[in-house]
Design a protein. Structure first.
Length: 282
């Protein structure tokens, strides 16, 4: 009888051990199977947010580098010491893999320091709602420079970019508009670039405004009205010349004696600038 009891216990232990081994084998097979099934498939990242503005410009790196080399090698060879590759890397680090609604001025500071260059006195031309006219003018008249005629503005003009926290870190489908979030890559960049352009101005500066806009040629909410005008340095800028232009064949909603121009003059006078205004400067 004792012998039979010992045999029973042995069989129970054997069954228990076999059960444990089978369970372990099943777990190992499950892990291996899962690995085989997912092998070669990229990790699925969170779905990118759908914004209302156009996405990052295709081949952004090539566009920025091409414009940078063209500017410093062909247009202004005196700036040939600028490192275009470092400038591109600095721009990329400002937005890649970042929340496109959480960009700060600190993100762009290294880029601005790398791309900045002196602006000759009496050559700064500011504009608001006169984009095409202002740039047709500076193309034919080398005596003036807009922000878009500087290295920083030339590289970024009509180009779009924004990041995303998930892979691949850049959103080529859509980017946020200013109305969706204030701290988006484009808005923060142009505000900082505009501030730097205004701070660099010296001598007599020109401002080209659109007198055919019903709401008024000068708008406090514009980049010029909210940033550039307040970063002009009265110790460096001797006078501000306002050129009030009207669309050809369009309405003449405002003249140099208009309500918004009076408001602009008042702001400039408070900051001790000498002001002149000319309708349809030729």
């Amino acid at each position: 009888m004792p012998f039979q009891q010992g045999s029973a216990r042995t069989r129970q232990r054997t069954v228990l051990l076999v059960g444990i081994v089978v369970l372990l084998v099943a777990l190992v097979l499950a892990v291996v199977l899962a690995s085989v099934l997912t092998h070669g498939k990229p990790e699925v990242s969170p779905k990118m947010m759908k914004w209302k503005d156009r996405g990052t410009t295709k081949n952004l790196q090539e566009v920025i580098l091409g414009r940078c080399y063209s500017y410093v090698m062909a247009r202004y060879p005196e700036l040939g010491d600028k490192d275009c590759l470092k400038i591109w890397e600095s721009l990329k680090h400002a937005f890649v893999y970042k929340n496109p609604c959480n960009i700060t001025s600190e993100d762009y500071q290294p880029l601005l320091e790398l791309a900045s260059h002196p602006i000759p006195c009496n050559k700064s031309l500011f504009w608001s709602k006169t984009n095409d006219l202002a740039h047709r003018y500076t193309k034919s008249n080398q005596n003036f420079l807009t922000l878009e005629d500087t290295l920083l503005g030339y590289m970024a003009d009509r180009v779009s970019w924004c990041g995303d926290p998930s892979a691949p870190g850049i959103n080529y489908e859509s980017c946020p508009k200013r109305s969706e979030c204030e701290s988006n890559p484009s808005s923060v960049f142009w505000k900082m670039a505009s501030k730097m352009f205004a701070e660099a101005a010296c001598g007599v500066v020109q401002v080209m405004l659109n007198g055919s806009i019903e709401a008024g040629a000068f708008r406090s909410s514009s980049i010029f009205g909210s940033i550039e005008i307040f970063n002009l340095n009265p110790d460096k800028v001797s006078a501000v010349r306002i050129w009030l232009m009207h669309d050809i064949g369009g309405p003449q909603s405002e003249s140099c004696s208009g309500h918004s121009i009076k408001r602009l003059k008042s702001i400039l006078e408070e900051r001790n600038f000498t002001i002149t205004c000319e309708d349809n400067y030729r």
